[in-house]
Design a protein around this ligand. Structure first.
Ligand code: FAD
Length: 318
């Protein structure tokens, strides 16, 4: 089923959903199942699986030099999505990027998904590779998420990049897109970011998932701004409970968001790693209670390899 159909059926009740990362190369699918097994009792209708573009790494050669090589550290998004669907009978939302794909490769990935009976996709641009100052698409690839959305939309109409295909099978993807309550870091201002977000929706985006935030006001203000600009699709709040003291610096620098002073103060006062985690969990519970009372479509947890925290929060909320 499509993600948006779940929202319609929920009839104003808040769902719960999770995002998982493919294991590092050399890992096993069991690590994904170990994350999801304890979360399935909360009956998420869908699970997102992130995509990780190849990145540059430096490796020492036998001669003692360093060579720059390109490598994908977390491959497997589409197949993992299929494995999750098979094991749990839930729908999955593989993330698909502009970065690292030519249009032809995008087409092939979409065909794989359609064959695997995957009906949802989160269409994203992706970030710059390490050691590259800005996002550079593959030659012949898409520059912005909107271009990827248009390609998916075309395939939903039976229109393929491969010009030899006439009357191609119509895929049936429900397309999600990313939104940023504290603005995307490259955008000059929130207004500009919302303008492009609206274009993504007009091009075929059917719902929005937000970047994580720790101050619900940012989310509520963002939703209002979207509505004021004529964006009326469901806006799903993305949530990442803080679990380690180091995250009060690493999260803002990695995700370009602010942490509320009260949260940072509480974390700094905590006397042990367990106490820090407890602060993060209680903060997230308070966030979730308010969001659920506001009837958001789903509480969407970025598990990032940790099901224990999401589970503790879900037990309190649902
Ligand atoms: P876009 O919507 O293309 O926007 C990128 C920037 O360009 C914005 O500043 C926007 O304002 C601007 N812009 C957009 N369109 C135009 C235009 N036509 N002209 C000029 N400017 C424009 N990354 C991964 O690598 N893998 C993942 O699995 C992944 N999952 C994510 C899930 C969520 C919910 C979120 C919020 C982010 C995720 N990301 C992921 C990160 C994402 O790839 C980055 O934030 C990326 O920098 C932007 O992607 P986007 O799809 O929002 O880009």
């Amino acid at each position: 089923m499509k993600v948006t159909e779940y929202f319609e059926r929920a009839n104003g009740n808040t769902l719960i959903s999770f995002e998982v990362l493919p294991p590092l190369k050399g890992g096993s699918i069991d690590s994904i199942f170990n994350i999801l097994d304890p979360l399935m009792e909360f009956r998420p209708p869908f699970v997102d699986v992130t995509y990780h573009r190849e990145d540059f790494i430096y490796r020492k050669t036998n001669e003692g030099f360093f060579e720059k090589i390109s490598m994908r550290k977390r491959p497997g998004t589409v197949v993992i999505s299929q494995a999750i669907q098979n094991r749990y009978g839930v729908d999955t939302v593989p993330h698909l990027l502009c970065g690292g794909f030519t249009k032809e490769e995008t087409e092939d990935a979409l065909i794989d998904m359609a064959y695997a009976k995957i009906n949802n996709v989160l269409a994203l641009r992706g970030d710059a590779r390490k050691f590259e100052g800005k996002f550079i698409p593959e030659q012949g690839g898409h520059f912005y998420a909107i271009d990827l959305i248009k390609q998916i939309k075309d395939m939903n109409e039976g229109v393929y990049i491969d010009a030899d295909i006439k009357d191609g099978a119509k895929s049936n993807f429900c397309i999600g897109v990313a939104g940023y309550p504290e603005k995307h870091f490259e955008a000059p201002n929130l207004e500009s970011d919302i303008k492009y977000l609206k274009q993504k929706i007009e091009a075929g985006g059917e719902y929005i998932v937000t970047q994580m935030f720790f101050d619900n006001k940012k989310y509520f203000d963002f939703v209002k701004l979207c509505r004021d600009h004529g964006i009326h699709v469901p806006i799903v709040p993305g949530l990442k409970p803080l679990t380690r003291k180091s995250q009060i610096n690493s999260i803002p620098s990695a995700f370009f968001i602010n942490l509320p002073a009260d949260l940072v103060n509480e974390v700094n006062k905590a006397k042990s790693p367990e106490a820090v985690k407890q602060v993060g969990i209680e903060w997230a519970i308070a966030q979730c209670k308010e969001l659920k009372a506001a009837k958001v479509p789903s509480l969407h947890f970025y598990t990032m390899g940790d099901s224990d925290t999401a589970r503790k929060i879900a037990e309190t909320i649902f």
